[in-house]
Design a protein around this ligand. Structure first.
Ligand code: HEC
Length: 124
């Protein structure tokens, strides 16, 4: 092989190697992103499951088996001034007669907010 061709072929091989390295880097980075995203999802509290576990005994399907005037429907909640997710959390911390109290120890603020969000979007 003539010298010129040889050196061209060497530099071409180097370029290809460079591209492959870049590809590998991109693949590793995207794998990392997918992993991070799925981990973030796993860490997010599941409002529905937490509601089923803590609230559904009395508030089955968003109703109220103890006091039927206090369902989780928007209409009932608004009538009693419970209008926001924060208001629902406040109710868990300071419930009225017949409702279990949920402290930060039994239901963390993060979990309480997830339950509240679930209630707001599920019971209209
Ligand atoms: C032992 C039964 C019981 C459990 C368990 C219970 N509640 Fe209640 N809930 C009640 C009763 C009774 C009321 C009405 C008295 C009052 O306002 O606190 C009520 C009222 C409410 C209201 C106000 C509804 C309105 O129309 O004004 C919200 C919001 C609420 N509960 C959320 C929850 C959430 C969230 C959970 C779970 C973390 C929960 N409750 C668990 C019995 C319960």
């Amino acid at each position: 092989m003539p010298d010129k061709l040889k050196s061209q072929s060497i530099s071409l091989t180097a370029k290809i190697k460079g591209v492959n390295q870049m590809r590998k880097k991109i693949i590793v980075i995207s794998l990392g992103l997918v992993l991070a995203a799925s981990m973030a999802q796993a860490a997010a509290p599941n409002g529905k499951a937490l509601f089923q576990k803590n609230c559904a005994i009395c508030h089955v399907n968003g109703g109220n088996v103890v006091n039927p005037k206090f369902t989780l429907s928007k209409k009932d909640r608004y009538e009693h001034g419970v209008k926001t997710a924060g208001g629902i959390v406040e109710k868990m911390r300071n419930p009225g007669p017949g409702m279990t109290r949920f402290t930060k120890k039994t239901v963390s603020d993060k979990d309480a907010m997830a339950i509240a969000d679930y209630i707001m979007k599920t019971f209209k």
